[in-house]
Design a binder for this molecule. Structure first.
Ligand SMILES: C[S@@+](CC[C@H](N)C(=O)[O-])C[C@H]1O[C@@H](n2cnc3c(N)ncnc32)[C@H](O)[C@@H]1O
Length: 323
């Protein structure tokens, strides 16, 4: 079901609340007022958890179960102690003081991801979180599928978090072709990866702790690399460095597929002030992302831009191939 907001016609390429517009600068000022920010953060968190639980996502129960599951023991086996973290990654993020580098972020990631899926179609009565998540992932898979040459044997999911995107992608290619698939999930947070590994009971995926800008993978070793809901969390300099690294590790004609917030989406442009203020305050590179010409950067960094598709009311899928 579409709403009047979904249908609103707009020619704007980005929301007024991002970039250098007056509204954007005003919001940025507001965020800097510590007491205002703290109250907002606290209230937003309460609402997020309450809404999730009302919609059948047992947020607090999920966290408690993970905390008691022994997942912490997987950390040492996954973490690369020699990895150095970029500065942009070592800042408070999503209201966690340590960003993604803590257990709390990793324990809450599943519920947060499922809630995000439900928010895409929040005006559709009766839609379950399971159906919303399926729709979210399958719109991405269907959009990229025509560009991938079968068999797709080696897949890398960059910024895999706790592995929901990775598992869905792996299953999609496993079920849509008559060949084995080797899938790798890469992330900078070993906390997230420990949870990913715990969720992957059948050990179908390889979970790698690493920096997407400089991986240890060999040249020309993947057919498909995805960045799912990652680049809106990065400064553009990091995204561009990742594009160059992805180009190195993709096979000739290999596909880079990106799904993320669509700056041109009427839903994103018309987010309520409380929501966009909160988004900007907890995702510090928002202004950079919403004003970044991703397609131009892909071409500059050795890709052929194939398509940009609004794959759901809030997100766009960008497909590029290695030149
Ligand atoms: C929003 S989450 C991705 C969600 C997941 N792909 C999905 O669709 O459910 C973004 C992830 O990117 C990871 N990340 C951010 N910068 C990274 C980098 N330079 N290299 C590897 N992972 C990174 C973060 O640790 C985080 O887990």
């Amino acid at each position: 079901m579409t709403t009047s907001t979904d249908k609103a016609i707009t020619n704007k390429v980005k929301p007024d609340w991002a970039g250098d517009d007056f509204l954007s600068r005003f919001v940025n000022l507001l965020i800097k007022i510590k007491p205002v920010y703290s109250i907002m953060k606290y209230q937003a968190r309460k609402i997020l958890i309450k809404t999730a639980e009302k919609n059948g996502i047992p947020w607090r129960k999920n966290c408690q179960e993970l905390a008691r599951s022994g997942v912490q023991e997987l950390y040492d086996a996954i973490a690369d102690p020699n990895l150095t973290y970029p500065d942009y990654y070592q800042v408070p993020f999503h209201a966690y003081p340590e960003g993604n580098l803590c257990w709390k972020a990793a324990f809450e990631a599943e519920s947060a991801t499922l809630s995000m899926g439900l928010r895409v179609w929040k005006n559709e009565p009766g839609l379950t979180w399971q159906a919303a998540q399926k729709r979210l992932r399958s719109s991405f898979h269907q959009t990229i599928e025509p560009y991938t040459k079968k068999p797709v044997q080696d897949i890398l999911d960059v910024g895999c978090s706790i592995g929901i995107s990775t598992q869905e992608l792996h299953n999609f290619y496993l079920n849509s072709q008559d060949a084995e698939v080797r899938t790798v999930g890469l992330d900078l947070s070993a906390y997230m990866l420990a949870v990913a590994s715990k969720r992957d009971a059948n050990k179908t995926i390889s979970w790698v702790h690493g920096k997407a800008e400089a991986t240890d993978f060999e040249d020309n070793s993947f057919d498909l690399v995805t960045l799912q809901f990652v680049i809106h969390e990065l400064p553009r300099s990091a995204t561009e460095a990742i594009f160059r690294e992805v180009r190195r590790i993709l096979r000739p004609d290999g596909v880079l597929a990106i799904v993320d917030n669509d700056p041109g989406s009427p839903v994103i442009q018309n987010l309520p002030p409380a929501l966009f203020t909160l988004m900007k305050s907890t995702e510090p590179w928002s202004d950079d992302y919403y004003t970044f010409n991703v397609e131009e950067s892909l071409q500059k960094n050795g890709f052929k831009h194939q398509s940009t598709t609004p794959s759901d009311p809030r997100h766009r899928t960008i497909v590029a191939t290695k030149n």
